[in-house]
Design a protein around this ligand. Structure first.
Ligand SMILES: O=C(O)C(=O)C[C@]1(C(=O)O)C=C[C@@H](O)C=C1
Length: 310
C-alpha cells in the first residue's frame, strides 16, 4: 500500500515479497519449486474448495522460500492467505463479486487481478481500481486469455498492452496453456510471465529464456544497485551471446560463398560500412567505440571459419 508520493518509476512497480514486478527484469511466476521460478503460485480453486486452505498454503510455503501467490476458492481462505502468502490472486470469476474483491484487497497484500475469459478491458481495470479505492494500490494485472473456438484460452496481448498503458500498473501474461507465447508476451510489454502452478522445468526455462533474451532488447532497465545493474548486464550479455553465435555462423557462410574467403579475402571497406551503420543505433559508442569491438568479433568469426575448414 503506497501512500507516500513516489516517482514515475516507483509508481509502476509492485513488490511481491522480495520481487519487484513492473520495473527491472521480466519475472517468471509459477511452476514447480525445483524449476527455479522467481515466485510460485497456487490456486485453491483447483481442489474445488475441498482442501483446507491452511494445509495447502502451508505445504506450498514449506516447499518454496521465495514469494508465494495464492488464489482463494472463497473468502474463507483469506485468513490463511494473509498469514502465509505474499500476494493474493483474484480470479476472473471474482470480478462479479466486488464484496469479495474488497475483502481480498484489504488483506494488505499485493493483489494480482486476473482477467476473466469474457471480461472487457474496462471491467478488468475496474477490479484493479476497486482495490485501489479500498486503499490497496499494489495491483498487478494478469491477462489470462479469452474463451474462443480454441481449446485453450486465447491470450490477448493487445489487451494486455492496453491495460498496462491505461492503468500504469504492471501486467503479467498468463501462460497456463504453455510457454509458446512467452516471447511475444515479453515483446508486447509483459512485466512477468505466469506459468501453470505445476509447470515443469522445461516450461519455466522457456519462459525464463524469453524473459531474458527479449527483455534485454525491449526493456529499458534503470538499476540502482551494483547487483541489479550486474543482473541487467548479464541479461544483455545473454542476448549478445545468442547474436554473436548467430553472426559467427553467418560470417562462416560468407567465407564459403566468397571467391576468396578467410583472412585473405578480408574486405575492410565492408567492415567500415557495417561499423558506420551500427553507430547509428549505438550513437554513444559511435564508430570509434564500435570499431575495435567489431574488429574482434569479425576476427573471431574468421578464425572459427578457418578452424572449421571453410
Ligand atoms: O562480408 C564479408 O565479405 C565477410 O567476409 C563477412 C565479414 C563479417 O564478419 O562481417 C568478415 C570479413 C570481412 O572483412 C568483412 C565482413
Amino acid at each position: 500500500m503506497s501512500s507516500t508520493p513516489h516517482t514515475e518509476r516507483e509508481a509502476r512497480a509492485v513488490r511481491i515479497g522480495n520481487l519487484c514486478v513492473g520495473t527491472g527484469p521480466v519475472v517468471v511466476i509459477g511452476g514447480e519449486a525445483a524449476a527455479g521460478p522467481d515466485a510460485r503460485w497456487v490456486s485453491l480453486r483447483e481442489h474445488g474448495g475441498r482442501r483446507r486452505a491452511e494445509e495447502a498454503v502451508g505445504e506450498a510455503r514449506a516447499a518454496f522460500a521465495g514469494p508465494l501467490l495464492v488464489e482463494p476458492f472463497s473468502s474463507a481462505d483469506l485468513p490463511a492467505i494473509q498469514a502465509a502468502a505474499d500476494a493474493v490472486v483474484i480470479g476472473g470469476e471474482w470480478a462479479q463479486d466486488l464484496g469479495l474483491v474488497g475483502t481480498a484487497a484489504r488483506l494488505g497484500l499485493p493483489v494480482v487481478v486476473r482477467r476473466g475469459p469474457t471480461a472487457t478491458l474496462e471491467e478488468w481495470l475496474a477490479v484493479g481500481d476497486y482495490c485501489a479505492a479500498e486503499g490497496n494500490d499494489d495491483v498487478v494485472l494478469c491477462e489470462s486469455g479469452s474463451r474462443t473456438h480454441l481449446a485453450r484460452p486465447a491470450l490477448d496481448l493487445a489487451l494486455m498492452r492496453a491495460a498496462r498503458e491505461r492503468s500504469g500498473r504492471p501486467v503479467l501474461a498468463g501462460l497456463a496453456g504453455g510457454a509458446d507465447l512467452a516471447a511475444p508476451a515479453v515483446a508486447a510489454g509483459a512485466d512477468g510471465l505466469m506459468v501453470a502452478p505445476e509447470a515443469g522445468a522445461e516450461a519455466v526455462a522457456r519462459a525464463r529464456e524469453a524473459a531474458v533474451l527479449i527483455g534485454a532488447v525491449v526493456r529499458q532497465e534503470v538499476p540502482d544497485t551494483v547487483a541489479t545493474a550486474r543482473g541487467a548486464i548479464d541479461r544483455v550479455d545473454a542476448a549478445l551471446a545468442v547474436l554473436l553465435e548467430r553472426r559467427a555462423a553467418l560470417a562462416g557462410v560468407v567465407q564459403r560463398l566468397k571467391p576468396v574467403g578467410g583472412f585473405a579475402g578480408r574486405d575492410m571497406e565492408r567492415e567500415r560500412r557495417l561499423v558506420a551503420a551500427m553507430a547509428e543505433r549505438a550513437p554513444t559508442l559511435g564508430e570509434a567505440g564500435l570499431a575495435p569491438v567489431m574488429n574482434a568479433v569479425i576476427e573471431a568469426g574468421l578464425r572459427l571459419a578457418e578452424r572449421q575448414g571453410r
